[in-house]
Design a protein. Structure first.
Length: 254
């Protein structure tokens, strides 16, 4: 299979909402090749009229790194078609096995790329918010290797952000996050689960951007990573995610 063929297969799976075989079950897929496929899939989406809105970070917990046998984060690319307005209704039609996780989101205020310090990361920001990401692997059973998930855009499907708050006056190291489904608390976590501090995820995003030869631009969003394990997302549910001192974000599914 060529990388172009794999790009077409994964793009069609996301558009049509069907599962596909893991590419590593049939041939060797290197990490650079996987990122090339990821980028090619997004380029196809942009060619159809979508616009780039930022990146999502993955494997930002030590437990997940150990599980996957890696020592670095990964990223996926976001578009406006994945974005859900705060309080809106999310149609789960076309998603295969959606899962939701609470996150911290950063709004870029000035371009960043390459190796930066946490202080430089803070100065680059226009805001911070409570957010969620909806994951949806295109592989059967949500099972994949590292190259598989990178090629599949790090399982990115949808995301939503709450009201943006000033980023330079808040201690983001241990923000308590609560996930409620239909008024019942189903998970709690802390921003400390995101690489020990979510700003480290933003620093990593800038580094990966530099390695990819691009910059994170003003107005783009960085989803820093999950504060809890991903939770199954059912139809007909109201989900609210609250962050101590940061407000919250809501979504209703159908």
């Amino acid at each position: 299979m060529t990388l172009t063929q794999l790009t077409e297969i994964l793009d069609a799976a996301a558009v049509d909402g069907h599962t596909v075989d893991r590419p590593t079950d049939s041939f060797e897929l290197t990490l650079p090749d996987a990122y090339a496929v990821q980028r090619a899939v997004i380029e196809r989406r942009l060619a159809r009229g979508e616009s780039s809105t930022g990146v999502k970070m993955g494997f930002t917990s030590r437990a997940k790194m150990v599980q996957m046998g890696v020592d670095d984060v990964i990223w996926g690319l976001l578009t406006d078609a994945m974005q859900v307005e705060d309080g809106a209704v999310l149609d789960l039609g076309g998603l295969i096995h959606p899962r939701i996780e609470p996150e911290i989101a950063f709004l870029i205020g000035s371009p960043i790329s390459g190796r930066i310090t946490p202080a430089e990361a803070v100065r680059s920001l226009a805001g911070v918010a409570v957010a969620y990401e909806v994951l949806d692997s295109r592989y059967e059973g949500f099972r994949f290797t590292l190259p598989d998930v990178i090629a599949d855009n790090a399982s990115a499907a949808r995301y939503g952000c709450g009201v943006w708050q000033p980023a330079d006056v808040r201690d983001l190291s241990n923000i308590g996050l609560v996930v409620e489904i239909d008024g019942r608390v189903v998970a709690t976590g802390s921003s400390a689960a995101i690489l020990g501090h979510p700003l480290r995820s933003l620093v990593a995003a800038a580094r990966l951007a530099g390695e990819a030869g691009i910059a994170l631009e003003p107005g783009q969003i960085v989803l820093a990573g999950a504060a809890t394990a991903a939770l199954p997302l059912p139809r007909g549910a109201h989900v609210r995610i609250l962050g101590a001192g940061l407000g919250g974000v809501e979504v209703t599914t159908r």
